[in-house]
Design a protein around this ligand. Structure first.
Ligand code: ADP
Ligand code: MG
Length: 622
């Protein structure tokens, strides 16, 4: 039998790709090794799959592995796999055309990226042809698993390739990259080993570099949960999370339908962002069939889950998808949704299993849950289950869930109430919770300024509206048991009306209205918001950022002063305003400032101190 050698032209698109690869992509050469290993692993995976059902396979005895040999004298890198191999026809088709679907858009994207910034190119899967980034000649010897005689494909990447018979091969493929002068590094062991460790550590077949297995970490996530020890999980976490300790939580789950997903997610012990290390990069890598396709993926989870470490692997994704294409890939979006929901459900379940452990999570990572609520409408229902706040009925320091709150609510109560303050003690000594206490209605204490924004975005929980207690239109269900003791004398209608009118005139533009309070018990007055949207805390935060030049374009919202007509000080004021109007105005200004302070709002401290001394002066003279 005479050896047959044939010459072929690359398909036009392939030529274009080769041109880009060879002429523009010189800085991101490492990519080629990842691509060749990924093809080898792919071929092994296909063989493993076929051999499950095939009656007969050629060279059945071969171990499934990837061997890499280096020759520093000849400047070659040789990669051999015992995978599915290629027939002559397959060599011609697979290594002469571009297999990508939509390869035209891919090419123009690639060309664009190459023009703009060559460093972008590492993000593209350029496939087999990337071998020409490092090699000026590439030789591929392959024999198919069907046992047909093997062939040798060869090209210098310049527009043509040849295919010749190559008898005596084992099953699989051997690729020899004849390295260019500026790519000689790839014949050195340290270089190749570091690339494998970085990109291909989880390839599920042994990669033997000069006879030594270098990928010690296996694709743990594809194994069944019952087979994996805690120690293995921890080791894996340390590896991918670059961590020295153990994870706080671990979620390993697999789904077959509607999407084939394997995910292994870890919550670290520490939150480096709140420790002041700056914004962390996403920590979850996206794999397709155990091949890394997007490291630190920004696409596979929402931004506010960037603290998670781990792996998502889906067989449904095309292996050669570019990172840019991942961004608006419908399948990726679907996977993100499934995984996010699953993870949030997992947290909810964990909180029910071990409340204290969950509160530790909340303390460390709750800020991300809050970020999720304010930035992502999609997962509101799930996120609402995860928030925790202290309340008038919780132990100090022990936060409760909205579900706990709803469970304790009386049937007449339709809304969930909250109030913001700097501390539990400050809230409990302020005017806003008096009525809640009196009517035995639970109220949440939101201790961080951002919390009001969070609850505002959340809007409702379990069909109950979330309402800030500093709103003017609040109507609490009355507790009838307490009715009788509620018999302190109030000012009569005429006096009340006069007093309110005078107060309003005296306060002028500082206030929208002065009204008789239906809910104050002891305190003389309090500030409430007419605007149903903003709480006083939100206003304070926004006005602070306005001072920093961060304009929200929000006018200070209109406030009411609610006045307690049963309070002795207020009742005295009704007389004082007729006897000594000047001094009555001083007292009123102070009552107003006090109420503003209790609402967490700003007052003019100098004016207040001076007024305070004037009032004290008069008090000591008496
Ligand atoms: P992709 O891997 O995205 O399909 P590549 O350019 O990397 O694109 O490879 C093109 C095709 O060549 C592959 O789809 C596969 O059919 C074939 N191929 C490449 N390398 C091997 C190999 N080591 N063994 C078997 N087939 C291979
Ligand atoms: Mg490939």
């Amino acid at each position: 039998m005479t050896a047959k050698t044939t010459s072929h032209e690359f398909q036009a698109e392939t030529k274009k790709l080769l041109d880009i690869v060879i002429n523009s992509l010189y800085t991101e050469k490492d990519v080629f090794l990842r691509e060749l290993i990924s093809n080898a692993a792919d071929a092994l995976e296909k063989f493993r799959h076929e051999s499950l059902t095939a009656e007969q396979v050629f060279d059945d005895h071969l171990e499934l592995d990837i061997k890499i040999k280096l020759d520093e004298e000849k400047n070659t890198l040789t990669i051999t796999d015992t995978g599915i191999g290629m027939t002559r026809a397959e060599l011609e088709a697979n290594l002469g055309t571009i297999a990508h679907s939509g390869s035209n858009t891919f090419l123009s994207e690639l060309a664009e990226a190459a023009k703009k910034d060559v460093s972008l190119i590492g993000q593209f899967g350029v496939g087999f042809y990337s071998a020409f980034m490092a090699g000026d000649k590439v030789t591929v010897k392959s024999r198919s698993w069907d046992g047909s005689e093997g062939c040798c494909w060869e090209s210098e990447g310049t527009g043509t390739f040849t295919i010749a018979d190559e008898p005596g091969l084992h099953r699989g493929t051997t690729i020899v990259v004849h390295l260019k002068d500026d790519a000689k590094d790839y014949a050195t062991k340290w270089k190749v080993e570091s690339i494998i460790k970085q990109y291909s550590a989880f390839v599920p077949f042994p990669i033997k570099l000069e006879e030594e297995v270098v990928n010690t970490v296996q694709a743990l996530w594809t194994r069944s949960r019952s087979e994996i020890s805690d120690e293995e999980y921890n080791e894996f976490y340390k590896f991918i999370g670059n961590a020295g300790d153990e994870p706080m939580y671990k979620l390993h789950f697999s789904a077959d339908a509607p999407l084939a997903i394997n995910a292994l997610l870890f919550v670290p012990k520490e939150n480096f962002e709140i420790m002041g290390f700056g914004r962390v990069d996403p920590g979850v890598n996206l794999y397709c069939q155990r091949i890394l396709i997007d490291q630190h993926s920004e696409n596979i989870l929402p931004e506010w889950l960037r603290f998670l470490k781990g792996v998502v692997d889906s067989e449904d994704l095309p292996l050669n998808i570019s990172r840019q294409a991942l961004q608006d890939n419908a399948l990726v979006n679907k996977i993100r949704k499934v995984i996010t929901k699953r993870f949030l459900k997992f947290l909810d379940e964990e909180s029910k299993k071990d409340e204290d452990a969950y509160l530790q999570f909340w303390k460390t990572f709750g800020i991300y849950v809050k970020e999720g609520i304010t930035s992502d409408y999609e997962f509101k229902t799930e996120l609402g289950k995860l928030v925790r706040f202290e309340s008038s009925k919780s132990e100090a320091g022990k936060a409760i869930s909205l579900a706990d709150y709803v469970l304790r609510m009386g049937t007449e109560q339709k809304e969930i109430y909250y109030i913001n303050g700097p501390s539990r003690a400050a809230i409990e000594s302020g005017p806003y919770i008096e009525m809640f206490r009196k009517n035995d209605i639970e109220i949440l204490y939101t201790l961080e300024p951002i919390d009001d924004f969070v609850l505002n975005h959340l809007g409702e929980f379990d069909g109950k509206k979330l309402v800030s207690a500093d709103r003017s239109d609040i109507k609490l269900p009355e507790n009838t048991e307490n009715k009788e003791e509620d018999s302190k004398d109030s000012l009569d209608e005429k006096l009340s009306g006069d007093l309110l009118g005078w107060m309003k005139a005296a306060l002028g533009s500082k206030i929208a209205d002065v009204i008789e309070s239906k809910r104050l018990v002891d305190a003389p007055a309090m500030i409430v918001n007419q605007d149903g949207y903003m709480t006083s805390t939100m206003e304070r935060v926004l006005s602070a950022s306005r001072h920093e030049g961060n304009l929200f374009g929000q006018e200070s919202s209109k406030k009411n002063l609610e006045v307690n007509m049963k309070n002795a000080l207020i009742q005295q004021l009704a007389n004082l305003k007729d006897e000594d109007e000047e001094f009555a105005k001083e007292a009123l200004a102070q009552i107003y400032d006090n109420a503003m302070l209790q609402a967490g709002l700003n007052v003019d401290p100098l004016a207040m101190v001076e007024r305070n001394y004037r009032i004290l002066n008069r008090a000591v003279r008496k």
